[in-house]
Design a binder for this molecule. Structure first.
Ligand code: MG
Ligand code: MG
Length: 266
């Protein structure tokens, strides 16, 4: 049964934005500590402590049985990697996805970090995936459709020779982490759910360097590319408005940290 789309009031959106910004600050904590030699489990514990210290609760932990605060997906892992004993190594890329619940609203944002010195083609994948996110966001305006977002993302990714994951998609976000509508990263202009003022969406391109095909590992969570090539993932929360979209989450806290570390290339 299709659930109806929950349109949020400006007051609701202001609360959701607080949650989204806390995710950005949590990811900045990850940025501060991510380096060769650090385990994904250490980053997860740090993030949980930071979120709770800020009066919120981790948004993923316990949801659908998720055991962790962060989902950390390294190299050929696309999304839903579970933090643990894995030690990050020089040259890795790690998508870190984080959700929080505060004041009744979820924030949900993801950033793909470079660990140490990353190969040029992988840097390029990260750059293009961020561009895909930006192009998708620009389409998230009232009276457009979800297909306009997906089309913009798909076009830019495929123009660069990359694969667009089909099995996992963006979504509405609000009082629940996953609300309708689905927001695929592929699609046709003018198709899909109509966008209305007050809808809040999580737009999250998952772009593979090689094939678009993915599979799930035996842990029942981790999604990896079928060809073993790297994948990138960036996610923002946006409110649909007339003639524009309002980005509620931010990477600016992350970028401030990365600049100070001399690690921002984009
Ligand atoms: Mg997410
Ligand atoms: Mg999401």
């Amino acid at each position: 049964m299709a659930r109806t789309v929950d349109l949020l009031s400006d007051d609701d959106i202001a609360l959701l934005k607080e949650s989204s910004l806390l995710v950005g600050r949590t990811l900045a904590e990850v940025a501060r500590h991510i380096a060769p030699g650090v385990t994904t489990g250490e980053l997860d514990r740090m993030a949980e402590e930071f979120i709770r210290d800020n009066g919120a609760i981790p948004g993923f932990k316990g949801l659908y049985g998720c055991p962790s605060t962060l989902l950390i997906s390294v190299n050929d892992q696309v999304v839903h990697g579970l933090p643990g004993d894995r030690t990050l190594r020089d040259g890795d890329v790690a998508s870190v996805d984080c959700g929080v619940l505060m004041n009744g609203f979820y924030g949900d944002s993801a950033y793909t970090f470079m660990v140490g010195e990353v190969a040029g083609p992988v840097k390029q994948l990260l750059r293009v995936t961020q561009e895909c996110l930006q192009l998708g966001i620009e389409q998230a305006v009232e009276n457009n459709r979800t297909g306009d977002i997906g089309h913009a993302i798909q076009q830019h990714a495929e123009k660069n020779g990359y694969g667009v994951v089909r099995e996992l998609v963006g979504h509405g976000v609000g009082r629940k982490l996953h609300e309708p509508p689905e927001v695929p990263n592929y699609g046709r202009r003018g198709q899909g759910a109509k966008l209305r003022n007050g809808m809040v969406l999580a737009i999250e391109p998952m772009i593979n360097m090689g094939t678009k095909e993915v599979k799930q590992l035996g842990d029942g969570w981790t999604i990896v590319t079928r060809d073993g090539k790297p994948s990138a993932h960036f996610e923002h929360n946006i409110a649909v408005r007339a003639g524009r979209s309002e980005v509620l989450s931010t990477f600016s806290y992350i970028e401030d940290v990365l600049k100070a570390k001399g690690e921002l290339v984009n």
